[in-house]
Design a protein around this ligand. Structure first.
Ligand code: PRP
Ligand code: ZN
Length: 286
């Protein structure tokens, strides 16, 4: 039987869609019928296990799944000896303290002696300890946001992404204690065969992520300004330069980091660049 790398992804929730998208952007084809528990990809030796996100670190630790995509929050909370393979950057969220409207909050000290409901007792306890606050942590696995209204807790510590859940429960976010993004985790003792599949997968994931960070730029430039333009673009290897019919001009192609893009564009304009074309990059490998 062919060896397949088993990857655990969230069945439904904040991470699921983006987790599948990054795999699909890697050119891997599959049906993504998440009603299934398990599914094989068509053109790459991986198979998916669709699970509750909270269960993913455990399954990877036990070796039921070889790798998984999970929020850093679950990874840190469960604190299992797993390999962190890559920060995928998506599904940003924070773990925040929230209190009912009207609660006088002046920092963590305001929680002294009170009850805080959370699904993240480990991360919260660590934070309270650092702040030398003695509070009662009430561990609950879901619907944390309703606990103040039913009198079970005085405050909560829960994940916030858009803030909609808090708002609709009359809670006010007062302090973020932890930030999270989706990460790829791995079982520490993968076989050589599985490690080889993982390496192939990571090459693709890296290429997809890098492509998102860059733009492809083409423009015409008076030749005399070429050195200055190269310095502005910076980063990678020198740009590709093609001669034009008019010998005092040249055509330049390069990649530019998304974060610097507008800055670079303005500077190139100032150098006399013309006919500037910019396109997204689909994949970018080293
Ligand atoms: C988190 C959290 C809230 C919601 C907040 O749940 O428990 O319910 O997301 O998002 P919002 O600020 O955009 O409203 P999560 O996605 O981890 O699902 P789970 O608790 O069912 O695992
Ligand atoms: Zn969850």
């Amino acid at each position: 039987m062919e060896t397949r790398l088993r990857i655990a992804v969230q069945k439904s929730g904040r991470l699921s869609e983006k987790s599948l998208k990054i795999i699909r952007d890697c050119g891997i084809k599959f049906g993504s019928d998440s009603r299934l528990l398990k599914e094989e990809a068509d053109n790459f030796p991986i198979e998916f296990l669709y699970l509750r996100d909270d269960d993913i670190p455990r399954y990877v630790y036990d070796g039921v799944a070889d790798i998984g995509i999970v929020g850093r929050n679950e990874f840190d909370e469960q604190d299992l000896p797993l390999e962190e393979l890559k920060d995928l950057g998506f599904s940003k969220c924070r773990l925040s303290i929230a209190v009912p409207e009207g609660f006088p909050y002046h920092g963590l000290k305001s929680l002294e002696g009170l009850r805080i409901a959370t699904s993240y007792p480990g991360i919260l306890a660590k934070k309270l300890k650092e702040a030398t606050v003695d509070a009662r942590i009430y561990e609950i696995s879901g619907s944390v946001e309703i606990t103040p209204a039913i009198g079970v807790a005085d405050a909560i510590c829960d994940l916030v992404s858009t803030g909609a859940t808090l708002a609709s429960n009359g809670l006010r976010e007062v302090e973020a204690i932890y930030y999270s993004t989706a990460i790829m985790i791995g079982h520490p003792g993968l076989s050589m065969e599985k490690r080889a599949i993982l390496d192939r997968l990571m090459l693709r994931v890296d290429a997809v992520m890098r492509a998102d960070d860059y733009k492809y730029i083409m423009f015409n430039l008076p030749k005399e300004h070429l050195d200055q333009a190269a310095a502005i673009i910076g980063g990678m290897k020198s740009p590709t330069v093609t001669p034009l019919l008019d010998e005092s001009w040249c055509a330049v192609q390069s990649v530019v980091q998304e974060s610097r893009f507008w800055d670079v564009l303005e500077q190139l304009k100032a150098l006399g660049a013309q006919g500037i074309l910019v396109t997204a990059i689909e994949k970018m490998a080293d």
